[in-house]
Design a protein around this ligand. Structure first.
Ligand code: DC
Length: 227
């Protein structure tokens, strides 16, 4: 069967990765979490005290960064590797979450991320989630989904996820971080978060995971039969 490119964009904590992963598993496609790439770059910058407002330092630092994904049997998805080190757990840390939007707004970081993501899609058969996948990375993707959810639902979901790892976290901290990231992601100069004009909106505030997956699979079916 013909393979296509499926993009999922949207604000933080809308459940994009969970849905993208489920679609990929069902279709036997490759799932790529583009946010993990920006998170790994942020981790590298924090560890090496790189000033992400200094373009010269950023360009130099990027030359020393090699990103890769490694399939993890136990989670059924791919872990992010930073210079061959598995940093999947580390990149979910609050410190990384606090700075990733600022790092991801840098022009050179974006060029670096986008070029690698486009390479990953050369053979199609890919589901990629992020902020600019349907607009900048794959503007000609066959199926673009823009995932949304009620802000209160997103805060609640993210809080549950973070609380499991860090019981000291407060709901206010999670809310502030989400609001800050949404603002920076939507207002940055290069590749801001936008709904592609040809993207289909999927509001999952009141949908179960199964309902979201069946809605998305129906969209895939419709798209494939229209090709
Ligand atoms: O999806 P996430 O929350 O793991 O993404 C982390 C950050 O990376 C997010 O705040 C914005 C940035 N990002 C981006 O700018 N472009 C993407 N394609 C994916 C993520």
């Amino acid at each position: 069967m013909q393979k296509i490119i499926i993009t999922l964009d949207g604000f933080s904590s809308c459940g994009k990765s969970t849905l993208a992963k489920a679609i990929a598993r069902q279709l036997n496609y490759v799932f790529i979490d583009s946010g993990a790439m920006y998170r790994a770059i942020t981790l590298y910058f924090l560890r090496n005290h790189i000033d992400w407002n200094n373009n010269e330092s950023v360009q130099l630092a990027l030359q020393a960064i090699h990103l890769d994904f490694d399939y993890n049997d136990s989670t059924g998805s791919s872990d992010i590797l930073l210079n061959d080190e598995n940093v999947e757990a580390l990149v979910r840390d609050m410190l990384v979450s606090e700075h990733v939007s600022e790092v991801a707004a840098n022009q050179y970081v974006r060029e670096f991320g986008v070029a690698q993501q486009q390479k990953m899609g050369e053979k199609k058969g890919i589901v990629m989630d992020g902020r600019d996948i349907g607009t900048t990375v794959f503007p000609h993707a066959e199926l673009k989904i823009f995932v949304t959810a009620d802000p209160a639902v997103r805060v609640e979901r993210r809080f549950k996820e973070m609380f499991a790892k860090n019981p000291n976290i407060t709901i206010e901290e999670v809310k502030d971080n989400l609001e800050m990231r949404d603002y920076i992601d939507s207002n940055r100069e290069f590749s801001p978060l936008r709904k592609a004009t040809d993207a289909i909106v999927l509001d999952n505030s009141n949908l179960t995971r199964e309902e979201q997956l069946s809605t998305a699979l129906q969209l895939v079916k419709d798209r494939l039969s229209a090709l």
